[in-house]
Design a protein around this ligand. Structure first.
Ligand SMILES: [Mg+2]
Length: 240
């Protein structure tokens, strides 16, 4: 499902993951999400340990704990979203980063379109992009449609295929993708996406002499700024 429908287009398309990619891991938002999901399991009557086990099992098996909950416990996905992602105090945690904004701005729109590709629901995706002051730079958001009983998510093939269809992309080699999740990046590469980048966030000041080689991934970066080099062909000349 997407917020904006695209039309067929020959330009490259940059797909940006949102959570832990467009903002730093040090915000600990992923941990806060995990705590809320745990609380949700407890609210269904599970004991502490059973809740932890099931949470992990569903996450591993279905890509998202929510999908296991929908499949086996018939829960209301919108209620889950409100109580988990929707209750995160994002406005007090997230701050816009001018460098990230400039990076996305410097993608030459005559060469590439910019979309987000997220396993979150549209409300969370839009909220994060708005707080980060990036929403005006993102043409479309392809998200997990919690309103559908059997929605797909990364790293499932149908999710990427549907994202391409909705964005009007027919040539997978035109897709440039960055995500902090290894399985998501591997999946994109296995589908023939043009360049699939694993963002393995490096702390400020920490230098890495060489990028590690990871099987099934085109490139590993430690800072988002490195995309200017990796995807040189879609950035404005003055920016690289
Ligand atoms: Mg992520």
């Amino acid at each position: 499902m997407a917020i904006t429908n695209g039309t067929t287009d020959d330009r490259y398309i940059v797909w940006l993951d949102i959570d832990n990619t467009l903002y730093p891991r040090s915000t600990r938002i992923a941990e806060l999400m995990g705590e809320r999901i745990h609380e949700y399991f407890l609210s269904l009557g599970f004991e502490e340990n059973d809740a932890r086990e099931l949470h992990l099992k569903y996450y591993t098996q279905y890509g998202l704990a929510l999908r296991g909950l929908m499949k086996h416990h018939d829960i209301d996905a919108q209620d889950f979203d409100r109580r988990c992602d929707g209750s995160l105090p994002l406005e007090t945690i997230l701050k816009p980063d001018p460098k990230v904004r400039k990076l996305i701005q410097d993608i030459d729109r005559s060469k590439a379109r910019v979309w987000a590709l997220t396993n979150a629901y549209s409300t969370h995706a839009k909220r994060v992009l708005h707080i980060l002051q990036l929403d005006d730079l993102i043409e479309g958001v392809f998200f997990c449609d919690y309103a559908e009983p059997n929605f797909s998510c990364k790293p499932e093939r149908e999710f990427y295929d549907e994202a391409m269809r909705v964005a009007g992309v027919t040539d997978a080699s035109k897709c440039l993708f960055v995500d902090d999740n290894l399985n998501n990046v591997k999946a994109a590469k296995s589908l023939g996406w043009g360049c699939s980048v694993l963002y393995s966030e490096r702390e400020e000041g920490h230098t890495m002499k060489e990028h590690p080689q990871v099987e099934g991934v085109d490139v590993v970066i430690g800072r988002l700024e490195e995309l200017r080099q990796v995807w040189k062909h879609v950035f404005t000349d003055a920016s690289s």
